[in-house]
Design a protein around this ligand. Structure first.
Ligand SMILES: Nc1ncnc2c1ncn2[C@@H]1O[C@H](COP(=O)(O)OP(=O)(O)O)[C@@H](O)[C@H]1O
Ligand SMILES: O=P(O)(O)OC[C@H]1O[C@](O)(COP(=O)(O)O)[C@@H](O)[C@@H]1O
Length: 441
């Protein structure tokens, strides 16, 4: 992880508030001092939330409004309602420290959110018409891509406007940053669903509790919730392909586990096994308003598959499927996420007041300003060749579902992604594979 901070020439390595004076705030970075770019009395700021919900959205909104007012005496702050389209389709909502005082105790976002509706020109026209000069945008990777488009258009028009992206992702799939706000809360809340699944499973003969957790492309919540719980016997994530039938397959493991323990708990991330479902239920891909692929319900599919398998083996069993997705997303953030949200909001304010445009985030434990394109060009995923996944496998004792070739391919993909040299011990297979990947670009 070498990107942290100073990856763009407009981005300071570290900005620390040094002095709060009526004429403006001075900043210190590793080197020379910097005057603020905006005089507080000139600032007109707006805040928007886009994409799916995540615990902590209201805390970030609250801290942006209060931070601007308390740290900089900026009181001209507006909320954009219902995501990007709110820039041009609804009225702006004036926000004061008083009006946002209690919102962090509620889940969701007081501003509303939406998918789709990103029209760069209309958005920047409205920013320009209304004289807004600081735009705080809270959302996931799609939102940050949108923020980058807005920033580029603002730069093209030569406007004196700072765009600050605050990454939100309950899936923890945004690259570069250590973790997203709301993630801790989500893992904690997932325990309640896992506990319920465990109680149901252990109260029945051959009981199976199946819990689906979020994670379209990245299985972080499923992995951490499994590691935290210790009641989970099997965790399935998108990064680790699995199969049902035959030696080393999921059915064989289920049979064994039920024989040994009489019950079991399975956690599945929503993006796991999508290729298997598509093979058994061929349906055309559907997209949401933002262009994200709509996933098929792996929990429901797996429930039916397990039932059918047990029936064919004349095995009595009970399976209870729990999908707590929206319950997890909708709760307010916990104490540690509240602190993290506050720090993110404050960093965003300091950076914007200094005139920078960036995505803010914690990188290797330091608050950093990151160029938009660095967080949107890749996705953070669980590395199945890394020790965290190995720890999970040891903790659950589940099969890895991986062949030797799968592991070598995963290592090779990781090596190519990190541009590392071919290890001396690497087999001919790996060398051939890397040569073919390189020649295919
Ligand atoms: N490539 C893109 N360029 C511009 N705007 C985008 C892009 N991708 C998504 N958006 C906009 O960002 C918002 C949120 O995107 P979405 O993918 O739904 O959620 P998230 O930000 O959580 O990933 C939507 O309003 C969508 O139109
Ligand atoms: O709110 P919707 O449209 O049902 O979307 C559900 C999706 O939202 C998420 O909770 C978060 O997704 P985003 O990061 O794109 O907002 C995903 O885990 C889930 O697949």
């Amino acid at each position: 992880r070498q990107y942290f901070v100073n990856a763009d020439d407009t981005v300071p390595e570290k900005v620390v508030v040094q002095k709060n004076s009526p004429r403006g705030v001075h900043f210190r970075r590793a080197g020379p001092r910097q005057r603020v770019y905006f005089e507080p009395e000139d600032v007109k700021a707006c805040i928007v939330t886009c994409g799916g919900l995540c615990p902590g959205l209201n805390t970030v909104i609250r801290e942006l409004v209060c931070g601007l007012s308390h740290m900089y005496n900026v009181n001209d702050v507006f909320g954009i309602q219902n995501g990007y389209k709110g820039f041009y389709s609804s009225n702006y909502l004036p926000m004061t420290p008083k009006s946002v005082n209690d919102i962090h105790k509620r889940g969701g976002t007081v501003l509303g959110s939406s998918r789709g509706g990103h029209d760069t020109h209309k958005i920047v026209d409205n920013i320009q018409d209304r004289g807004i000069n600081q735009v705080y945008i809270i959302g996931g990777d799609g939102t940050q891509k949108g923020a980058y488009e807005i920033f580029k258009e603002i730069r093209r028009r030569g406007l004196k406007v700072a765009v600050a992206g605050i990454p939100k992702t309950i899936d923890n799939d945004i690259a570069v940053i250590d973790k997203s706000f709301g993630f801790d809360t989500a893992v904690e809340e997932a325990q309640r669903a896992i506990d319920a699944a465990h109680v149901e499973a252990s109260s029945a003969e051959n009981g199976i509790g199946l819990v689906k957790l979020m994670g379209r492309y990245s299985g972080f919540i499923a992995m951490y919730a499994t590691l935290a719980s210790r009641d989970v016997d099997c965790c399935l994530i998108p990064e680790s392909p699995f199969y049902l039938e035959g030696e080393g397959g999921l059915f064989e493991y289920i049979e064994r586990r039920l024989k040994e323990n009489n019950h079991m708990v399975i956690v599945v991330a929503e993006g796991a096994g999508q290729d298997l479902i598509a093979k058994s239920i061929p349906v055309a891909d559907q997209l949401d308003a933002s262009g994200n692929k709509l996933l098929l319900d792996v929990g429901l599919w797996l429930t039916h598959k397990i039932k059918d398998h047990c029936k064919s083996k004349k095995m009595e069993m009970t399976i209870k499927y729990i999908d707590p997705t929206y319950m997890i997303r909708a709760i307010p953030s916990n104490a540690s996420d509240n602190v993290y949200c506050t720090l993110l909001a404050h960093s965003a304010i300091h950076g914007a007041m200094a005139g920078y445009s960036f995505t803010v985030g914690m990188v290797n434990g330091r608050h950093a300003y990151i160029p938009f394109h660095r967080v949107t060009s890749t996705r953070n995923k669980v590395k199945i060749t890394d020790r965290m996944w190995a720890r999970l496998l040891s903790s659950t004792n589940q099969p890895s579902f991986l062949s030797k070739e799968d592991i070598m391919e995963a290592r090779e993909a990781e090596r190519l992604a990190n541009r590392l040299p071919v290890p001396a011990s690497s087999s001919e297979h790996t060398k051939k594979h890397s040569a073919s990947v390189l020649s295919n670009g």
